[in-house]
Design a protein around this ligand. Structure first.
Ligand code: FE2
Ligand code: FE2
Length: 234
């Protein structure tokens, strides 16, 4: 009698545990998916199709691996990097989608997206969003100190910001924009090399070149935005 009651309790506990685990996984998954969908809204507003955030995340992952960063950091960078331009949601369409050149005043307004994006995530207790704050704020800084918004120089720019800076520019170079053609792979690679030590951290460029074979595969691939967005964060 005692034994059958024990098995009865045991079954109930097992069932409750399974349900709790399912709910926990669903909560985690919906949190990561909503973050990625937020990144997607910002990109769609910018007139892109969603491939930019996927490619930036993939290039960042490769650079970080090439630099020997711990897996945990590689993962944080992978899932925080797509949020780099969330601040663009606040920039008026009349400026963001303007055909032809921007006036100096309009250019200053666009630059504000770095600071605005940081304000969106600032104060979060979640590591991923703390990193997103830092990436948003620093992805337009340049190694030589001529970037924005703070004009940080060299190692004063957080490493994740330096990595996203390169991944972001490489994808922009190899993508067609209303004001420019898409550069070929080798052409874009030479521009990155030329800008090592001025725009980009030479160590980040070195790692990018070290992973060139995989970078080329990512560049060629037609990554599905839907697959990336629903990817489970580790
Ligand atoms: Fe940006
Ligand atoms: Fe970008």
């Amino acid at each position: 009698m005692k034994t059958s009651r024990y098995f009865e309790y045991r079954t109930k506990i097992d069932r409750a545990y399974k349900e709790l685990k399912k709910d926990y996984n669903e909560a985690r998954h919906s949190y990561s998916e909503m973050i990625m969908r937020l990144a997607l809204i910002a990109e769609l507003k910018d007139g892109s199709t969603g491939t930019h955030i996927v490619k930036v995340a993939e290039y960042c992952t490769e650079i970080a691996r090439g630099m020997g960063l711990p897996k945990k950091d590689v993962d944080y960078l992978r899932y925080a990097s797509p949020l780099h331009d969330v601040g663009k949601l606040i920039i008026p369409d009349s400026i963001l989608k303007k055909k032809g050149g921007l006036t100096p005043e309009e250019r200053e307004i666009v630059k504000k997206h770095a600071q605005i994006g940081a304000e969106v995530f600032e104060g979060s207790n979640l590591n991923l969003l703390k990193i997103a704050t830092m990436i948003s704020l620093t992805h337009h800084e340049r190694w030589d100190g001529t970037g924005y918004p703070q004009g940080l120089k060299g190692d004063d720019i957080p490493l994740f910001g330096r990595i996203v800076a390169l991944a972001d520019v490489f994808d922009a170079l190899t993508s067609k924009r209303p004001y420019k053609r898409a550069y070929g792979f080798d052409e874009a690679i030479s521009i990155i090399k030329e800008e090592s030590g001025t725009h980009f951290d030479p160590d980040v460029v070195k790692s990018f070149m070290k992973r060139k074979k995989t970078i080329r595969k990512i560049w060629k691939s037609k990554r599905q935005i839907g697959l990336f967005i629903t990817e489970q964060m580790p």
